[in-house]
Design a protein around this ligand. Structure first.
Ligand code: GRG
Length: 321
């Protein structure tokens, strides 16, 4: 399968050509479905984020620069793909999907700042602080994080229980024990010669897997998932998040800057502990494969047609084949 992000041979996907209860269905047109989900996300971002002409203009320009300048849109597409599993009576998950992309983009803006990763390139363009200035980038990140919760409160006001559940899910994923905690431990680990495997797992489970899990769970919440189904989505997100991060480490070590759209080889240059540094390339590829297969296994407990979601998971693993 040729994915929209990269071109690699396919891995075995137990859901390919199969719908619910193993019923054979026509092959999923992954590229077309991804494009359609992504187009919905782009439109949602454009419409739900204040126009660049909003006062103060410079701040809204910076928010839109960071948000609308590319990116795979993995998290919002995961939300839309997940809610689709639950059928046509689900609540529209687009505002939640946009909120997740706002949180993710804020974290990228702040991660790129000189006081953190000090990067010049993001999504193939100058980072927000390079394009504007540090203070504007900091405020644009703050504003995107805040906007995420404004969107959830506003768009799910008629469903207060759903609004509360989404708020809790996204806030916990983005908070001090998950995304920000993972980032903190990442910064602390950089100051040491070597991080342990346990520290590396904490960093990746929280810096990477937490937001991916929140994307799946938010789709489930909009779809009215039961508690066991939400637990399954968390388990899927954990494995998918770890696979995604391991693949990210492999790509940092093997791909070039032009392909990645961000500076390649940064981890090794910074002496950073990664899966590749701890375990080597082959073992890292095996770990990524194992977590991908565990994500496929978890998916079997969910309702609906899993063909697109599983093809998306498969394409993420295939980036490092
Ligand atoms: C500043 C609180 C705070 C957190 C920063 C996102 C992040 C945490 C750091 C960026 C560096 C990094 C390797 C994070 C791991 C997660 C990850 C791979 C993020 C990049 O996500 P992609 O590849 O990016 O989905 P696009 O640009 O496609 O959206």
């Amino acid at each position: 399968m040729a994915s929209l992000f990269w071109v690699q041979p396919p891995v075995h996907n137990p859901f390919a050509n199969r719908g619910d209860r193993g019923k054979v269905v026509p092959p999923v047109d992954f590229a077309a479905q991804f494009k359609s989900h992504r187009a919905r996300v782009e439109q949602g971002l454009d419409q739900l984020v204040p126009p660049a002409t909003t006062r103060p203009r410079r701040l809204h320009e910076a928010m839109r620069y960071a948000l609308l300048g590319g990116g795979k849109r993995l998290r919002p597409v995961l939300t839309l793909a997940t809610v689709d599993l639950f059928g046509p009576r689900a609540t529209d998950a687009l505002p939640a999907a946009v909120a997740l992309e706002c949180v993710h983009t804020y974290s990228l803006i702040h991660d790129d700042l000189p006081c953190m990763d000090n990067d010049d390139l993001r999504r193939g363009r100058p980072t927000t602080h390079k394009q504007f200035d540090e203070a504007t980038a900091l405020l644009a990140g703050d504003a995107l994080l805040t906007l995420a919760f404004q969107l959830v409160a506003r768009h799910y006001a008629a469903r207060p229980a759903l609004a509360a559940a989404l708020t809790q899910e996204i806030a916990e994923a983005a908070g001090s024990e998950r995304l920000i905690g993972g980032q903190m431990e990442d910064l602390l680990a950089e100051k040491k010669a070597d991080a342990t495997a346990d520290e590396l797992d904490f960093i990746h489970l929280n810096k990477t897997a937490a937001m991916i899990t929140a994307a799946l769970v938010s789709g489930g919440l909009c779809g009215g998932a039961t508690d066991p189904q939400l637990a399954t989505l968390r388990n899927t997100g954990r494995h998918l998040g770890l696979a995604f991060q391991i693949v990210d480490d492999i790509l940092d070590a093997t791909a070039d800057t032009a392909t990645l759209g961000k500076t390649a080889g940064k981890d090794a240059k910074a002496g950073k502990t990664t899966y590749v540094k701890l375990h080597g390339l082959d073992a890292s590829r095996n770990f990524a494969r194992q977590h991908t297969e565990a994500a496929f296994t978890a998916l079997t407990a969910l309702p609906g047609d899993k063909a697109f979601l599983s093809a998306l998971i498969e394409s993420l693993a295939d980036r490092a084949s």
